[in-house]
Design a protein around this ligand. Structure first.
Ligand SMILES: Cc1ncc(COP(=O)(O)O)c(C=O)c1O
Length: 388
């Protein structure tokens, strides 16, 4: 089990990145200690290629797909770009949602130039669920080439039921891509059951190293050949460049560890999340949980603390690593596009904190976090309502 070097800190930011699993660390260091380019034909190269092959099988086993359907990338951002750029070569309309990660949303806007003829954003309801009737209407036009909907939302943990999406899209002749970055390794994924054509993942969300991900491309998917990186033809031409053998080896080991632990980890994490959520709702009052519990990832709770700006709450609980609901990846905080799409006001969006738990989260950590968060919200509310 991972041990935090900072024992006072309750690390509840797994949706940003998960601690590296010991199995992943070991595999990464072992691969890094060896020499060899996976494309070289001598013995060192073959050993490197074997590590990559093992990792490809481990990732494929986590998804229940064939190892030949995995293309290693530098992460989910690249996998999403690759999927959407390749799929855009088909022509036709791209349908996605306003709550996607920027790696999908901004890519979609860029490749379609934001034109309403080529891009449609489906509405979501107050619980963050995509409007499937709007999807069916869009598909009925016969103009949709690709539907891209995330498997689970990074800010709220809200899960998309992909079964009906795939069924409707395929009936209309459209491909389905899903950004499953937050779901893979946290809940079971079975690509023999869920017939998506393309799926993106990122190793660091399930305990692998940062800077490694993959795109699943279902065999036989009629994708125009449109790699982002052109060069030496690695990854069957889909992603040129010397393979990141240590990172890929770590991703594979993390995938295997996550797969083995899934059945016990998911319910244990959900129980801890529920305990945290219940404690905060009861002891803080005047707050709102975003997304219905039963349709959320087990480890995620996004809470709007009315009258308590999230930046002040986070500053008042330095012993808890959580995250603002707002998107501040570029360093310039702006209200969360996800929460705005769910109908929040700007003020509500700015008063939202995301706690995300994972495989190494413990009950004492949750108890400490609950005490700190309650104290922090009360402190911020009191400070803001105190007479001058
Ligand atoms: C849903 C989702 N998609 C894509 C990404 C980007 O992943 P990466 O860091 O591997 O590029 C993230 C990262 O937070 C994410 O949560």
């Amino acid at each position: 089990m991972y041990q935090s070097p900072d024992s006072d800190l309750a690390y509840l930011d797994y949706n940003a990145t998960a601690p590296t699993r010991p199995e992943a660390l070991k595999a990464t260091v072992e691969a890094m200690s060896a020499v060899g380019n996976a494309s070289s034909t001598h013995r060192s190269g073959r050993h490197a290629a074997e590590r990559v092959d093992l990792a490809r099988r481990q990732v494929a086993e986590l998804l229940n797909c064939a190892h030949g359907e995995i293309v290693f990338t530098s992460g989910a951002t690249e996998a999403n770009n690759l999927a959407l750029r390749a799929a855009s070569g088909i022509g036709g309309r791209l349908v996605t949602s306003p709550v996607e990660h920027p790696a999908v949303l901004e890519t979609a806007k860029t490749i379609t130039s934001g034109s309403p003829d080529s891009l449609m954003l489906l509405p979501v309801d107050a619980d963050g669920l995509v409007d499937l009737d709007a999807l069916r209407k869009a598909l009925a036009t016969g103009e949709v080439a690709v539907v891209s909907l995330m498997a689970a939302n990074n800010e709220t943990g809200v899960i998309t039921d992909l079964g009906p999406v795939v069924e409707a899209a395929h009936r209309a002749g459209a491909l389905v891509h899903t950004d499953a970055t937050q779901l893979v390794g946290r809940l079971p994924v079975d690509l023999a059951e869920t017939d998506v054509d393309l799926l993106s993942l990122s190793a660091h969300k399930f305990g692998g190293p940062q800077g490694v991900g993959a795109l699943f491309v279902r065999r036989g998917t009629p994708l125009p050949y449109r790699p982002l990186l052109i060069g030496g033809g690695q990854e069957r031409g889909w992603r040129a460049g010397t393979l990141n053998v240590p990172g890929i080896a770590g991703a594979g080991a993390a995938a295997e560890a996550a797969r083995r632990a899934l059945a016990t980890e998911a319910p244990r994490i959900a129980q801890l999340r529920d305990a945290l959520e219940d404690a905060l709702v009861e002891r803080v009052g005047d707050c709102r949980i975003n997304g219905v519990r039963s349709t959320r990832l087990p480890g995620v709770t996004s809470i709007t603390f009315n009258g308590a700006p999230a930046d002040a709450v986070l500053a008042a609980m330095p012993d808890v690593a959580a995250s603002e609901g707002s998107a501040c990846s570029s360093g310039a905080p702006s209200p969360s596009h996800v929460l705005l799409a769910m109908g929040h006001s700007r003020e509500e969006a700015d008063s939202t904190v995301r706690f995300s738990l994972g495989y190494a989260t413990t009950a004492p950590e949750i108890e400490r976090a609950a005490v700190s968060a309650v104290r922090a919200v009360r402190h911020v509310r009191a400070a803001l309502t105190a007479p001058l």
